[in-house]
Write a protein that binds this ligand. Sequence first.
Ligand code: 3PY
Ligand code: MG
Length: 259
Amino acid sequence: MNITNPIRKALLERTPALGSWIQIGPYPALSEILANAGFDWLGIDCEHSEIDVEGVTALTRGMYGRKSVPFARVRENDTLAIRQVLDAGVQGIIVPLVNTAEEAKQAVSSAKYPPQGVRGFCFSRMNNYGIDFDKYAKTANENIAVVVMIESKQAVENIDDILGVEGVDGVFIGPYDMSGSYGVVGKTSHAIIQDACKKVVDACKKHGKAAGMHLVKPTPETIRKTVSDGFTFIALGVDMVFLNDAASNALETARDVLE
Ligand code: 3PY
Ligand code: MG
């Protein structure tokens, strides 16, 4: 199991890392197909999907031997949820709804072995079922990436303290939850949300950590804007949107031709 994580380095160097999301379900074909496309990282969404730990194992197997680094958005900021996805095979965690430095510290602590954290040692898939126990135990802390999600007014207000937590490598904005928190539900391009995002990116620049954004339907313009706004940890699309768009485009094209 290769545990060197080039994405953690990219996060801290603020160089672009292009990924995508898996949400449909725990089917390795999804991770095989998306990893074949060549994404730098792939996020398995355990918060807004039916994917559990068994699914994370299946999906990371689909990435094995391919270049995409497996990340998981855990279902919540919970020690067991974080430890289980790391043991199953992800190299980075994305933790939803982190609002304070205390919560960020808890996320980091769950992801790191002592003395930096409280992650429990065991034989697992990540250390080749014990064969590479020593090697993994020694190098896991420096390779596991911790990204926390900023998706509330409170989190934006606390952004400096959150980014000041050692072991937080970057943040990922949750524009929908953020829009709800600011009272403009679903209006992710509202000026108030744009201002909040700018505040987050400026703080990331100051702390030398990555700012992450999801472009659900990326276009050349939105990609250019996202990069020039200062985001480097970028998710392009998501499995269900890729499938929706390709399916409806094919049908529309055929209907146009047959008209
Ligand atoms: C949000 O927009 O709140 C998200 O979590 C997107 O994944
Ligand atoms: Mg959210």
